[in-house]
Design a protein around this ligand. Sequence first.
Ligand SMILES: [Zn+2]
Length: 368
Amino acid sequence: MSDNIHIKLPDGSDKEMPKGSTALDVAKSISPRLAEAAIAAKVSSNGAPAGEGARPTQAGLTQELIDLTRPLDKDTELRILTDKDPEALGVYRHSSAHLLAAAVLELFPETKLGHGPATESGFFYDFYRETPFTPEDLEKIEKKMQELVQQNLPYAREFLPRDEGLQRFKNEGDFMKCHFIEQFTRPDEKISIYKTGKFLDFCRGPHIPSTGKIKAFKLLNIAGAYWLGDEKNPQLQRIYGTSFFSKKDLDAYLHQIEEAKKRDHRVLGKQLDLFSIQELAGPGLIFWHPKGGIIRKEMEDWMRDQYLKRGYSLVYTPHVMRKQLWQTSGHEGYYSQNMFDVMELDDAEYRLKPMNCPGHILIYKDSL
Ligand SMILES: [Zn+2]
């Protein structure tokens, strides 16, 4: 039996490497420049998923983003991701969130940790701390992040028996991490931990190899959020930031947010007398004033014209229909907690429609 594995690269070539080689080893064997530019890797192989993040594709392949340092133990297709790959940006930003948490723990060691994912435009991390963070704190945290980038700390992964992991977080008073471990792992499972500086995370990764890879980031703002979205729970402070592969991209993004602020619909709506929101009526409910009403009409007319031009038809169905219909459609059985309350009318119980499809199906049925 050979101790080598076959690695198929995107150009179709096949590399034979010793079992246990990493994506970084593969990158190095191709070119030092690629190894330097590598952010993470993507493997696709036949058979059972290798990890929690793995997703089977239609062809029966399992695809997974992995750390560059994860040992490869079977034949696989491999793609080394660099800053040219959109998927690498998500990994980079998730790692930026870890960098933020590491900096917060350096400066405010009493802070308890929630979670910190990448988002569409950056990342955030949820923290619990009795004293609110101030804008000055954000500046300090950003400086500390910069220092940790200079130190080029590794994102080191280890697997711990669940009990041991839980105990570690319990010792730190990290009630949120304990909750996540209990929620998302089984008692017999080993849990995946990433360590960056003083920051230890229960996290499945993947991550960039080290903090030195993070080239351009900015902390943007702080918002409050209740733990598990319940106002009876402690209030968390969510720090938002963003990061990009280059300073140029970051600056372009920051410029774009400034420009968007000038065009904030809430500001423009008032300035141009288009609409208002009435406290007495409720937040987020829009009252269209005459000028706004005209804009709305123009947009609706345009939209309907487009529908007809593109071969769609128009139908209208009632907003409120008998409960029986929702029983037939299955909404009542699976979805009733998320629907508005039953309205008792003269002859029966009615409910506001949660979706249009059952109404449309009745139109089809009528012509069968
Ligand atoms: Zn994480």
